[in-house]
Design a protein around this ligand. Sequence first.
Ligand code: SIN
Length: 284
Amino acid sequence: MAYQHIEVTPLSGACGAVVSGIDLSEDLDEQRLGEVRRAFHENLVIFFRDQDLTEDEHKAFGRRFGSLNVHPRYIPIEGHPEIIPIRKDPEHTDNIGGVWHQDLTHLEEPPLGSILYALKVPSSGGDTMFANQYLAYEALSGGMKDLLNGMIAVHDNVIQSPKISADKNTTRASKLREDIEEEDEPEMEHPVVVTHPDTGRKALYVNSIRTRRFKEMTAEESKPLLNYLVEHSYKPEFTCRFRWEKGSVAFWDNRCLMHYALNDYPGQRRYMNRVTVNGARPVA
Ligand code: SIN
């Protein structure tokens, strides 16, 4: 069905589309919002160019899709607990999100998605890649799908434990809280294959940074299959790649998409603000 209010231009055959004809700083009417929602569900990540958003407008757009997450670890920007800075300065070597992942899958209710707004971008580099996890699931053999459909994975947030956070804080511009104990964020079980609550499609739901093992198996026993699934999940044919400009916005669906921020702009500055929308408990 054609769109009436927006234009939607796909970025690759797998996922991602640039949406034009919309100003995200406005209070969108239900027709426009409905079309944005449809573009989001059809493309999994949507991009907007040349936006000019205050922090409040950024949050207001996020709230049209649900309540906003306060990140358990990242220190937010001043006065806006729901906005985390995704920043890299010339002197920093490490970036945020430089590994294929979904956000916060150790939570009981992991995010619906995130809205990233570009404030400063490098002259080249700093793109973000996305990988479609419906396609990752659908590309598996029938036998593998049968096996995975009965399985549960255990997720944790050891990647942001106090010791690791302290180390990361020395090499990164965006800072993690160091006052949270590992016990404050317990392990969480989620199905290995989830059914998207809005589209009804099945998606692979494991990642290398927070999926520790399969339920009733040790980490060592889980490793071969987990490694296979993680590497399978970002095959090039499942991906798209977005080149940022100042004022670009990306809104991705964390329930069916992985993302990866490229760290290929040494000595340059890249500043983004991220708002994350809360989601529901994943179901098989
Ligand atoms: C992230 O949220 O993982 C960072 C993505 C990016 O900076 O492109």
